[in-house]
Design a protein. Structure first.
Length: 321
């Protein structure tokens, strides 16, 4: 029913939903219906107000208002940001000095870089560390474990794209040869593993599996009963270097593991075709979603998490990593 305003010099009566209303001068029919409890405001989308049938009359009638220049309007606040990522407690970064221990191949185009520090750098699975090699530029990466699960306390292990150590020069500004001095600062980032309730959904693109593998392995020890879902993908199936790690997860009870590749060339039967995000399961509001990879992958997974109202924790990869 459109809102009508009563004349200034008279009172009028209206019948709304079978009830007679007397509209005072300066009031609209909408204001009077709200005051008498015939209709009532309800919460709508984005917490805005919409009008609906009242469940019960209002406790008291609103006082008559002076004349207003225009009819009242109902406004809806601006939409909230896409998703609110819960932040970990602030932890001051620590600086350490070390050197390159080894650069080995994990696959045709994937390398493992091991840095040995003079003292252990405290960080949690899913954290990131800023590396600066002597003569190079700072790069932020997620330390992990070898695909077999090993790492010393004073070691930092990284998974990087490249066929040989020379391919890493574009990333670091220098070739990380054994013995080269490196400075490490961390922990950084907001993708830290947080023990707690709800399913753990881990999405890894390419060498983004590094941070995801650290989280998955820690969760199997800390929360062995927690449900875990792992989705790992690459453009080329030859770059799915993480099979030994996934076999360990299967052996410890993780049943929902999906491999995906965009290209069909030499695609094994257990590797699904298509983009990585096409294989993310239907998310729940209670899920904790960690995603690591390029910006486009993280953005796509963030949209899925936002639509479901799930918690989202990104672990971004720098270009070329």
């Amino acid at each position: 029913m459109p809102a009508m305003r009563a004349p200034m010099n008279a009172r009028c009566s209206l019948v709304v939903n079978g009830q007679t209303l007397r509209v005072s001068p300066g009031d609209t029919s909408l204001e009077t219906a709200l005051a008498d409890g015939v209709i009532t405001p309800m919460q709508g989308l984005q917490s805005g107000l919409i009008m609906g049938q009242a469940a019960a009359p209002a406790g008291r009638r609103l006082a008559a208002r002076a004349r207003r220049a225009e009819n009242p309007t109902v406004s809806i606040p601006d939409a909230a940001p896409l998703i609110h990522t819960p932040k970990a407690p602030a932890r001051p970064p620590v600086r350490r000095v070390g050197s390159v221990d080894a650069v080995t191949a994990l696959g045709p185009r994937v390398l493992q870089l091991v840095v040995t520090l003079e003292r252990r750098l405290p960080f949690e699975p899913g954290d990131q560390v800023c590396l600066t090699f002597e003569g190079g530029r700072p790069v932020t990466l997620a330390p992990t474990l070898s695909v077999e699960g090993g790492a010393e306390l004073n070691e930092l292990v990284f998974h990087l794209r490249g066929a040989c150590a020379d391919d890493l020069e574009a990333l670091f500004g220098v070739v990380p040869t054994p013995g080269l001095t490196v400075k490490a600062k961390g922990p950084l980032g907001n993708g830290t593993y947080r023990p707690g309730g709800g399913r753990l959904v881990l999405v890894a693109a390419e060498t983004g599996f590094a941070g995801i593998w650290a989280i998955a392995r820690a969760a199997r020890y800390i929360e062995p009963a927690r449900e875990i879902c792992v989705i790992a993908g690459a453009r080329d199936p030859l770059d799915l270097y993480m099979r030994p790690a996934l076999e360990w997860l299967r052996a410890t009870g993780v049943n929902r593991i999906t491999l995906a590749a965009d290209r069909h060339r030499q695609r094994p039967p257990d590797v699904r075709p298509g983009p990585l995000t096409a294989h993310v399961p239907t998310l729940r509001t209670t899920d904790a979603v960690h995603a690591s990879g390029c910006a486009s992958t993280i953005g796509a997974v963030e949209v899925l998490a936002a639509a479901a109202g799930a918690r989202f924790y990104p672990i971004p990869l720098p270009p070329g990593a």
